[in-house]
Structures are given as structure tokens and as C-alpha cells.
Design a protein around this ligand. Sequence first.
Ligand code: HAM
Length: 630
Amino acid sequence: MARPAGAQCCLRAFSSLRAVASTPAALADRQLQRGQQLAAQQQRRRRCDPTAAAAGGGPDNGAGVPPQERKAGSGKIGEASGDFFPEDERLQNWLFDEFAAVSRLFGFEQIDFPVLESAPLLALNLMARPAGAQCCLRAFSSLRAVASTPAALAGRQLQRGQQLAAQQQRRRRCEHIAAAAGGGPDNGAGVATQERKAGSGKIGDASGRGMVDINPPRGTRDFFPEDKRLQNWLFDEFAAVSRLFGFEQIDFPVLESEELYVRKAGEEITEQLYNFEDKGGRRVTLRPELTPSLARLALQKGKGLALPAKWFSIGQCWRYERATRGRRREHYQWNMDVIGVPGVEAEAELLSAIVTFFQRLGLSSADVGLKVSSRKVLQAVLQRYGVQEASFGPVCVVVDKMEKIPREKVVEELAALGVAAEAIEGILQALALRSVAELEEVLGGETPAVADLRRLFELAAAYGYADWLVFDASVVRGLAYYTGVVFEGFDRAGVLRAICGGGRYDRLLGTFGGEDQPCAGFGFGDAVVVELLKDKGLLPQLRHEVEDLVMPQEEGLRDAATSVAQRLRASGRRVDLVLEAKRMKWAFKQAERCGAARLVLVAPEEWSRGAVRVKDLASREEKDVPLDQL
Ligand code: HAM
């Protein structure tokens, strides 16, 4: 297993993360365990009041969020599981929404950082730095919590100070939209503004104390408030579309057992793992994709899983690859997967969700297309030439490289897999087919590949998105586990890499030692689509929006102003309270910066009458408002 060059990683606070081996035997154990647990759990849930469950996370633990969290040593499901089944995820969303809502009531802006940080930065947090470690997983990760990591935050504050002046200058030159996109004038590669060259961000004082690299690890992003607003907007759209289609959200730990991804088919993803050995000697990795984790959850539920299951997830993935436009070492993926539906009705529904998402963003079939094919095409060709079934996955992985490496190299690699010259020729011819009719001529109308694709195009017409689909036999996808229909979203201008991709994978669960289930799904990255929206001028303008800026006119009225702010927050208004003695001029500037609709001034004369002075910042009108009418 290749170890990311120069990225010797270590893991901190590790024992609290789920890191048990997911061997087939362990998975089988978990399946059983889960089955037994489900009945007991349901019974307990019925006994518990929803508030207690919400507060405690699960009826039987009272200390964490997921109900499947078990006491240490109680079983393989995890010393502390990071899996979130739909019921757990609902609870987590509720909790995080409350964190965010309270932060916003207080006029705070959300930020975020990579889950992987450099070790010296974490040393700021007084954490021991394991010898030789250059990176650490951050101690506290809370996806949507506001500013959750003190050390990272301290580092970023410094970084922010240095950058602000330069950034403001650059921004003045850029369209507001590009700034809102977060891509920032100097990277153009994702949703965050501050991609920097490695080594450019060292800070330290004259005594030589604490030379800390304040940049996020190479190829990763920080999210300043403007970046985070954009990300929240995007993720809300992902979630909204998933819910329109009746999907439930799930989640898993960002750290997984390495063996979930080692498929021995020569996939790029296996070579790009952020993998390492934990202190217990287990091989673990930051997940490069979400599908194996989803399969793990399906296996845990076993026969207790009501089919079909329609699950979505939004999570960070890590791949040690070369950062290019829209391609990063860390990215977020939105996944939607259907478990338990063998027919292409599942794929048609998934493609419809993708199209719905594009449409909500203002993109049309003139901007974006969806290339569709089926791996059954290749399967039919391989069968015709008597190529062994075991070669199917590796052949697909090689064929997927067609656009990236010269044809001769593909031929060479196929030959190395033992595929005869005649069969290679047959494969290459099949990949050049550009219509289902042509495919039918070559394979015959009765083959599963042709039948699936015909039906899929019929369904697309019934849904009303046929104009988005393009049959392209060269699409096979680079992951070994696909077995049927495969698809990829592409920008019609041809400048960006795949926007999204997915397909049918009916045998993945079996490779983990469980019972196979028909599955289909897709992964949709957060970076390429933002680049596309930027190019099309479709990024939303998102502002920090508090409703009221509350300020005492003089320090003697600070307590009064505090009570006014609390009264407004209690009524649900988002309030930025001025915490220091400031002049009116500053207050107006601040109101503009935070997008406040009103300036609420607590002034002596009005206060003595039980009122405050309220200025509507849009109309510039001012009036006295009695406290009980605020
Ligand atoms: P994938 O094609 O490897 O498929 O990734 C899906 C999407 O994730 C890509 O189309 C792209 O939008 C985004 N993506 C992948 N790598 C990067 C990167 N380094 N930087 C930015 N974006 C990236 C999968 O991962 C499958 N597990 C999808 C799936 C779900 N199939 C069935 N269910």
C-alpha cells in the first residue's frame, strides 16, 4: 500500500473513534449483533420519551449521539461507533441545527477546517505530538458546529490577519460572485478562498518561537464565513433534493478500516488512500469515498433492513491525488443510494434527482449532460471472447483509463491481465459505440445491456429528462464494484472533470462477506459543480445576515442593552450585540458588515421611557419602539 509521500500521519484522540476491523467475519458478527440489538432497541425506544432520547442520543447510553454506540469491549460494533443510521442522523441533524441556530441568534458566523491538520498547529492545543508525525487528525470535529477547534481557529486567525489586506485588495478587482463562490481569485479550485502555496504561510515571533504553518494541509481547504455560507447553501440543496425523493440521511466515521477499500483490481482510489496504522496496530484510512461505509451499514442491519432502503449522505472524502481545478485531496461528496431494487427504475430515479438538483441551481441540459452506459456491455463482450469472469473488474478499471492514457498503454495493460488480442479488439470496438441502436446491432436486442439501457431511456422520457442523457459506451467508471448501468455528469463545454458519477453495484455487499443486495447510487462532489456555477455566473450571493445590531449609546446602559439583546433573541431574532464602547459611525459600518436590518440603540432618554431607538437600515427611517413591541 502506497503511503502518501511526505504525509506521515498520526491520529489523535483516536480511541474515541470507531476503528474496528471490518473483516467479513467481523461484519457477519455485527450483522447478528445488530439484528439482536434492533428488537431490544425498538422496545427501549418505545419506553423512552423523545426528549430524553434526543438529549442522550440513544435510549441505552445517554452520553453520545448514536444509539448503536456500545460500551467499550462490549462487541465488534465499535468501542465507540461513528455510524449514523437514519434515526441517529435525524437526531444529529437536530442537535447540529440547534448549535447553529443558537450561534446565529448571537450573530456568529460559521467557519470550518480540514479534519486533518498539521501536528505543530495541534501542539498549540497542548496535545502531545507523536514522534515523527507531520499531520494529525484534529481533536474535535463537528461538521456543522460553529468554530469547533480552538487550535485550528487560533492558527487561522493569524492566517486570516495576514491575508485579509491582500485579499480585500484582490477582491475589489473581482466580481462579487467570484468572491461568494469562495474559490477566491487565487485558486479557482473549489469552495474555499485560501488555497496557498506550501511553505508560504509560516509565522513566528522574533525569538524563533512556534514556527507554525498556518495553511491547511496541501490540497485541503479552510472555510471562512463566506466559504461556509456557500457550502451550507450547497449542502442544503443536496439534502433538499434527497428529501424530495424520499431519501433518509445517514452518516459514518471519516476514519474507516483500510480493508474496505483494498479491492485488488488496480483502482486508482486504492493507491490514493490516506492510510496508516493506528496505535492498536490496525490499518485504517481516511475514507476516499462513502459507498463501502454505506455497504457496511446495510450489512449491520442485515435482515432487519426494510427494503428498499433509500439513503443519502454528505461527507468529507480524502484522496491523495494531484490537485487540479475542482479536484482536491479532500472533497465533500453527496451520495444517494437505493438498496434492494434490482431494476433500472432505481437508476432512473437517481438520475432524476441529479437533474432536479441541476435545475434548482439554474443549470440546463445545454450546460450539463449525463453520459450513460452499462458494464453489461463489456460483460457481454468478455463472455463472447471467453474472458474469465474474475477479470471483469480489473478490465473495467483499465478501460476506464482510456481518456487518460494512450490507447497502446490500455492495450498493454489488458494484455497483462491475460485478455487475448481478439478480445481486446472487441472491447475497443464496443467502447466506440454511440447509440443504443448500434449497440443492439452488435449485441442483439435480447442482451441484458440493451434491455436495461432501452428501459432507462424510456423512463427518462417519462420523467421528462431524456434531453440530459447521452449514451456513451466508453463510460465504464474507475471503481471495480459496478456491475450494471453506469453514468457520469459532464459539462457540455468540456472544460471540467466529471461533475458526478455512479451506477449499479449488485455485488459489493457479497465481497464484504454479507448477502448480496441489488444497489445503485451516485457520488456528487462539492468542488466541480461550484466551478461550473462560477463559469456560468450562477453562484448565489449569500450574505451574513443578522437581524438586529444592538448597541448601548453609553457604557452606563450596557446592562440595559444586554437585556434588550436577550429579549430579541428570545423572540427568535438574530442579534449582534456590540460588546465594547463604540462610536455610532462604527455601528453603522458594523451593521452593514453583518447585514443587519435594524440598528437598535439603547439611549438614555428613550430608555427612561421604556423604549429604544430603532433605525431601519434599508429605509433609513428611525423611530422609538417600546420594549414590549420590539
Ligand atoms: P467517484 O466517481 O470516484 O465515485 O466520485 C464521485 C464524485 O466525487 C466525482 O464525480 C467528483 O464529483 C467527486 N470527486 C471525486 N474525487 C474528487 C476529488 N479528489 N476532488 C473533488 N471531487 C472529487 C465514487 O466515489 C462512488 N463511491 C460514487 C457512488 C456512490 N457510486 C455508487 N454510490
